[in-house]
Design a protein around this ligand. Sequence first.
Ligand code: G4P
Length: 219
Amino acid sequence: MCYYFVMYYDRISFINNQLQRKVRRMKLLKERIRREGNVKPGNVLKVDMFLNHQIDVELMNEIGKEFKRLFGDKKPTKILTIEASGIAIACITAQYFNVPVVFAKKAQSINLDGDSYTTKIESFTHKKVYDVIVSKKYLSRDDRILIVDDFLANGCALLGLIDIVKSAGASLEGIGIVIEKGFQSGGKAIRDMGIDLKSLAIIESMNAETGEVVFSDED
Ligand code: G4P
């Protein structure tokens, strides 16, 4: 009886500690977005101070640990991202999973030699269409893929990566995003596909005039 109580108590404390760590980590990220994020007209959030130009490696480590906590049980064999900003996040995250990173390359013109998986991405944010490639050498049907990226807006980049995973016949185990702009359509579209998408900070709204950023899970 006492043994079971101790086991139960240990399990509850473990879950409690994990949740507290999660709350601390995500608080850290949201504080940085509030403090250093710059809301630009057109619903663009600049976070060059710690994510997209200068990189805060300590914060990246917390992000990597959180992705490990969220997706550890999926046992991915590779982490897939897209250049440029996804690479740093993927590399730090991969250290916690002990798996390689593969990043999709944006190509101006593609050489259709059959050695690569290719897809087209139409970015509403950047107002352009570009080809994306991943060599067939680095993705196979035996792979279990975790996709990570910095931003999720309309989701065009992610849909391209999902397409590449499908072409390879690999299994998509989940998607981890650092900042989701919840007021844009990408998150809903991808969740509606039944994909396990988790975002560390979801922005409900932001205001270019006041600079205010409101997160979706806050009062
Ligand atoms: P889209 O379909 O609306 O274009 O959005 P998507 O979710 O595919 O994101 C497209 C690119 O735009 C991504 O860059 C993403 O990081 C970036 N992005 C979207 N919204 C914002 C924003 O508010 N702030 C910032 N800083 N970036 C945003 P990418 O293709 O991964 O390339 P890169 O920018 O990492 O080189």
